[in-house]
Design a protein around this ligand. Structure first.
Ligand code: GTB
Length: 216
C-alpha cells in the first residue's frame, strides 16, 4: 500500500527543504518506497480532519492503511523498521542507530531550531543579542562533541543509518550560517549526505511543490 504523507502547500522556506516533511521524504526515498503527498494550507492544518491525525496541527503525518502517525522521528523510525536500509540488522548496532536518532532530535536539534526561531521572532526584543549568543554557544557545544565523535568516519556508527539521516536534516538548518563551517568534518558529513541520490530525489520533490505554486 502506498503511504500518504502531508507537507506544506506553501512552505515558508520557499523550497529549501527545511520543513520536517523532508526527513520523511528522504527516508522513503532511501528505502525505495513510493509515496503520495497531501499538501495542506495553514488553515487546513488546524481543521478537525488533520487534528485527528496530528493533535498539534502540524506537518508531517504518515498514513498507510489503517495506521496514521505523527512526529517526524516516529515516522522515520517506522519506515526504518519496516524496510531494509536504514537500520543495521545486528541488535546492538540497531539500538545505537536509534540512539543517534534521539540524539539528533533531543540533543542537537533544540538549540538549532530555537536559534532559527529567535532570528525570526525575537529580532526586535531587547534580549535578542544575548539570547542569540547563548543559543549559538549551545550549538557550538553540541557540534564540538559531535565533531569529535564523528572524527574521520563517514557516518556516525558504521553504515549510513536513520540516525545519520535525522542528524543531517538537523544540521542542514545551519547551512545558511557560518557555524557549520567551523567544523569541517561536520560540513563534509552533511555534504556527503546531500550527495546521496535519495536525498536529491527528496529535495527535488519538495522543491517542485514550491515552484509549482503560483506566487502570492
Ligand atoms: N515534533 C514535530 C515533528 O517532528 O513532526 C514538529 C513538527 C513541526 O514543527 N511542524 C511544522 C509545522 O507544521 C513544520 S516543520 N508548523 C506549523 C504550525 O505549527 O502551525 C518546522 C518548520 C517550519 C518552517 C520552516 N521554514 O520555513 O524554514 C522550517 C521548519
Amino acid at each position: 500500500m502506498t503511504p500518504t504523507i502531508t507537507a506544506f502547500e506553501r512552505s515558508p522556506d520557499r523550497g529549501k527543504g527545511l520543513a520536517r516533511d523532508m526527513r520523511v521524504r528522504w527516508a522513503l526515498e532511501e528505502v525505495g518506497q513510493p509515496y503520495d503527498v497531501r499538501l495542506l494550507s495553514f488553515k487546513a492544518m488546524k481543521e478537525p480532519a488533520h487534528l485527528a491525525i496530528q493533535p498539534f496541527g502540524q506537518i508531517p503525518t504518515y498514513e498507510e492503511g489503517d495506521l496514521a502517525l505523527f512526529e517526524s522521528g516516529a515516522i522515520v523510525l517506522h519506515i526504518a523498521e519496516r524496510h531494509a536500509g536504514l537500520l543495521p540488522d545486528d541488535a546492538n548496532a540497531r539500538a545505537r542507530a536509534i540512539a543517534w536518532m534521539f540524539a539528533a532530535l533531543n540533543t542537537v536539534e533544540p538549540p538549532i531550531f530555537d536559534r532559527a526561531l529567535c532570528k525570526i521572532l525575537e529580532r526586535d526584543k531587547p534580549w535578542y543579542e544575548q539570547r542569540l549568543r547563548y543559543l549559538e554557544d549551545s550549538i557550538r557545544n553540541r557540534l564540538e562533541r559531535l565533531s569529535v565523535r564523528l572524527g574521520d568516519a563517514e557516518w556516525l556508527d558504521g553504515a549510513f543509518s536513520a540516525g545519520d539521516l535525522l542528524m543531517v536534516t538537523v544540521l542542514l538548518r545551519l547551512k545558511a550560517s557560518d557555524i557549520l563551517d567551523e567544523y569541517p568534518n561536520l560540513a563534509a558529513y552533511v555534504a556527503r549526505a546531500e550527495a546521496r541520490p535519495a536525498y536529491k530525489r527528496a529535495f527535488d520533490a519538495q522543491l517542485a511543490v514550491f515552484t509549482a505554486v503560483p506566487a502570492g
